[in-house]
Design a protein around this ligand. Structure first.
Ligand SMILES: *Cc1c(COP(=O)(O)O)cnc(C)c1O
Length: 466
């Protein structure tokens, strides 16, 4: 399988290449040159497979020759063996129509683990083969950071620098990052928002004084391998609900558009997805873009669902490319315009292409609390704020009631205990697998929201590349 950049000017790479590269050298994002497609019979044959085996089957066309089928299966077994539920991503019934897909049974309690546990192993495998090393630079609104750090802590050949917006992630999220003691882990709190942190990371990828000294890699969802791993649970849940003979819809709490884009990929591969509901909080750039074509970044308002407090959704570029005729030069111009003005209009082709599968909904803080309450009262389920936003959008859907709607449960409620307690009166307890999180010592650097300060810190602490 060959991968091409959304901006048309970076070299095509194989799977190993895109996994290690992260962002493309022209500032674009990598996508497969074409979508692999399963037949109905092939999808039917996937029903009932254990998660790791299903994962290896679904990902095989994307991995191509970079790993043998046996190697891929072994990595999947290792990655998903660390989950605390045998089904890895269990599906829970709320009522005859509404379902929850629990994606938080990994080591750091959010769906990011599903992809990052595998990505950590892919890095180690490819780097040892090439006898090289990788300096990972990432920005997190909370959950990516902890999941990425858990996935690479102590691994050979990889070093990680993780930026988070100071004071804007939950205590559990911050402690899951800052209490990990491994020489290859560096945490940085910067003044500013997640978008500011992400912009610095993007700038570092384009900074030749850095890229000439360090082999810089990404764990944000700009890394294709993450999206690929997330495609698997769309298959797992739809198969349980009767696919390929029945259509299924998904409601996805969305920030950087990675998780819901994986659903789009699943649909391109032949999974019968009726609709993907992009659920946003009041930071609603995606809702505005999908409902009236207005992709313009406002200022970020902090909410109880911090992983969705985003105004620039990196992966949306992948959809705009795929729906807009895959014209890299035109998209590069459109994105440069957006980067300059923080605003752009979608083209008609992009709007029509997106509307075939996507719809969107915006949920305010009161509606979010009511949704947590609804799940508790009607189904005895305690939801985290992100999941509650997804469920609110699912309950408001005007789809044919015969189509089941699966809401992606993206985080464990104990990651956000205050919001859950306000809505239900119950303070969810942390599962035993996170250990003595609140007793361990935290270590992190605090830096101003300036690119130069971050660059200096990384230069001073990173090992030059092998
Ligand atoms: C990351 C995250 C999201 C948003 O996912 P994207 O792939 O960035 O759209 C939603 N909920 C939780 C709990 C998350 O950690």
């Amino acid at each position: 399988m060959e991968y091409i950049s959304t901006r048309g000017r970076a070299p095509a790479l194989d799977f190993e290449g895109v996994t290690l590269a992260g962002l493309a050298s022209d500032g674009g994002l990598y996508l497969p040159r074409e979508w692999p497609r399963f037949t109905e019979a092939e999808i039917t044959a996937m029903a009932g497979l254990p998660y790791a085996e299903l994962a290896a089957k679904v990902m095989a066309p994307f991995v191509g020759d970079s790993l043998t089928q046996d190697e891929l299966l072994a990595l999947c077994r290792q990655a998903y063996g660390r989950f605390s539920h045998d089904a890895v991503t269990p599906l829970v019934e709320l009522n005859e129509r509404q379902w929850l897909l629990e994606l938080f049974h990994g080591p750091t309690l959010a769906f990011k683990d599903v992809a990052l546990q595998l990505l950590g192993l892919l890095f180690e495998t490819f780097l040892s083969r090439r006898k090289s090393s990788l300096t990972i630079i990432g920005a997190t609104s909370g959950d990516t950071g902890s999941a990425a750090i858990d996935a690479v802590a102590g691994r050979e050949g990889v070093e990680i620098f993780m930026l988070h917006p100071n004071g804007r992630v939950s205590d559990v999220q911050r402690r899951q990052m800052t209490t990990v003691r491994a020489p290859n882990v560096h945490n940085i709190a910067i003044d500013g928002s997640f978008d500011d942190a992400q912009a610095m990371v993007k700038r570092m990828f384009a900074d030749q004084t850095m890229t000439s000294r360090f082999n810089i890699g990404a764990v944000n969802s700009i890394n294709w391998a993450r999206l690929m791993a997330q495609v698997v649970y769309y298959f797992a849940s739809a198969l349980q609900l009767g696919a390929p003979n029945r259509q299924v819809a998904f409601s996805v709490p969305t920030g950087n558009f990675g998780d819901v884009f994986a659903g789009y990929v699943a649909a391109q591969m032949g999974l019968p997805i009726k609709q993907l509901i992009v659920a946003t909080n009041i930071n609603d750039i995606l809702h505005r873009a999908l409902s009236d074509g207005d992709y313009s970044a406002g200022t970020v308002t902090p909410t109880a669902a911090p992983s969705m407090d985003i105004q620039v959704s990196s992966n949306f570029e992948r959809l705009l490319f795929d729906c807009g005729g895959r014209d890299g030069a035109a998209l590069a111009e459109q994105m440069h315009g957006f980067e300059a003005k923080k605003a752009m209009q979608l083209t008609n082709a992009q709007r029509e292409g997106a509307a075939r599968l996507f719809t969107s909904a915006r949920t305010d803080p009161d509606e979010m609390s009511r949704s947590i309450r609804w799940a508790y009262d009607h189904a005895g389920q305690v939801l985290d704020p992100h999941t509650a936003i997804g469920l609110h959008a699912a309950l408001a859907s005007d789809l044919d009631p015969a189509v089941p709607i699966v809401t992606l449960a993206t985080a464990h409620p104990a990651k956000f205990p205050d919001a859950v307690e306000r809505a239900t009166g119950i303070r969810p307890a942390l599962p035993a697998r996170v250990g003595d999180l609140f007793a361990r010592e935290e270590v992190f650097a605090e830096l101003p929201g300036e690119y130069e300060a971050v660059r200096e810190f990384v230069s001073a602490h990173a090992e030059p590349s092998r």
